[in-house]
Design a binder for this molecule. Sequence first.
Ligand SMILES: O=C(O)[C@H](O)[C@@H](O)[C@H](O)[C@H](O)COP(=O)(O)O
Length: 298
Amino acid sequence: MTVVIHDDPKLLAEATAARLIVRLTDAQAERGVASLVLTGGRIAAQIYAAVLASPARDAVDWSRVDFWWGDERFLPSGDPDRNETQARAALLDGLPVDPARVHPMPASDGPLGDDAPAAAASYARELAASAGASGGVVGGGAAGLGAAGAAAAAAGAPGLAAAGMAAVDAAAVGSIEPAGSAESGGAAGLPRFDVVLLGVGEDGHVASVFPGHPVIDETGTTASVHDSPKPPPVRVTLTLPAINTAAEVWLIAAGDGKADAVREAHTATPAALPAARVRGEHRTLWLLDRAAAASLPA
Ligand SMILES: O=C(O)[C@H](O)[C@@H](O)[C@H](O)[C@H](O)COP(=O)(O)O
């Protein structure tokens, strides 16, 4: 794990944009294509704007980048609060992307209707289809089930395990609907992710995985969240195990409101915060401004 501290949010955004352009360029030199998981939030918007403004941006062949989302606010298509809307306006609309390689999470007014679990399951299928196409990371068996389904499998309850649902203790803090379902075959598949971008919340959440919420223990690839402490309440998210298949995970935080979460993520044992529980296969980068890093031990 590496921690990089920049003087202020502007420099953090510009340096992260430069780093991202180089990483995607390198991925394309190695494999011909690159894959990026986008995040939402304020610092993400600044990074996207900095990518667009960078003179080096055309080093990347944007038509050969797959764009995925780490989480989405489950709102109608085009809603300004959707992470997709933000990313399109700040980044994608200004780049020569291949629309077929842009994979937004479903909207609440799409063909699946206002059914967040179905949206999460649908995104899991889209990921799995891409995994098949790209020969990416493919999980199977219990790994494709919800935590409850995996536990049930271990306990010899195949019916429940096959459905990959129920039995998550929704009474704990909130509720989730794991997306591993009989319909998606219960097998998880993920494409290779070169970089997963993650904004870090004041409470230490990443994507829509919130501390103390049962979604933190979900072991499928995607899940829906129905009572998010950060508005809006209904969301779709990649799970921690899905994020942790990425080659590189970049956690990004700016401002003194993030200082406590950043400190706790680096010091608390056992690691409880979602931000403390993500790891890239090859690299985990914390990209901070001075204010967010202010409470880190020297
Ligand atoms: O949908 C969301 O709300 C985001 O994906 C969320 O995980 C965000 O990245 C963090 O909350 C940080 O957001 P800020 O940079 O705005 O603090």
